[in-house]
Structure formats: C-alpha cells, structure tokens
Design a protein around this ligand. Sequence first.
Ligand code: DQA
Length: 154
Amino acid sequence: MNILVLNGPNLNLLGKREPEVYGSKTLDVILADLTGYANSQNVMLFHFQSNAEHELIDRIQSILIEGAASNAPIDAIIINPAAFTHTSVALRDALLAVNLPFIEVHLSNVHKRESFRHHSYFSDIAQGVIVGLGEQGYRFALDALITTLQNKSK
Ligand code: DQA
C-alpha cells in the first residue's frame, strides 16, 4: 500500500508557527513518527509539502502521469491543505481528477476559529475529515485509509 501525505503552505514552519495552535513538533518529527508507524503496518508513505498551490497540484497530477519523476502508484491520500482549504477550487479539482480516497486533516479545530476557516473546498468530497486532534490526526487518517484499502481488496 502506498499512501501520499500532502501538506500545504506554512506547515513547513510547524514547531515555530503559533505553537499554541499547531503544537510544538516540527513537520519532520511528525513525519518521521508517521513513517515509522506506516512501515510497521506495511505501508509506504510518500510526503510532499509546498507553499505553492501549483506544486501541490503538480504532485497530485503526477499520480496520473506515467513516467513522472515522483510517480509511484498511490492508493490513497492524506491532505492538510492548510490555508488552501478555504480558497482552492484548483486543488479540489486535482483531487477529483485522480479519484482516490482521501482524508482531510487539520491540526487545529478550524470550527472553533475565525469564520473564514469554517468552509472547506475539500470536506464534501473527502472520505473523512479530522480536525482539532493535532498530529494524532495524521495517524488516525492513516489507520482509516489502511482499513478502507484492506476492505477494498477483500
Ligand atoms: C490548518 C488550518 C488552516 O485554517 C490554516 O490556514 C493552516 C493549518 C490546520 O492544520 O489546523 O495553515 O489546516
């Protein structure tokens, strides 16, 4: 099983960025823990973070493009689109194009925050949405996708 983890803008600053909202762990530490867990479950984790909308779109599209540099067959996606959650029709369309199960994760509880964070361009097409549980959200998303993929292959 190959699962792609996508993180959007400013998540490269985790650990430094508003730690009271997003926690004190860096993205590298979160991903190292997640990768260790994934490997114990026989899952290969691929990760991509970008501050640029088009780079995230290109990474998603590469799943469909034979011979693309980062092309490994991807079975499912975990995405924290960060601020693009609230703005990006283009990222939504890219996810619709690849038509893979995906789970939307937010470290903070966006519903407790400013009203502009309450709307997501992804939630209605996601398999599930996890908000407000910090880095654990990625782990829960991974577990859920593993179960989904196992059920599919039965
Ligand atoms: C976020 C919530 C978004 O509203 C915000 O723009 C982020 C991070 C989260 O993980 O809580 O950058 O996606």
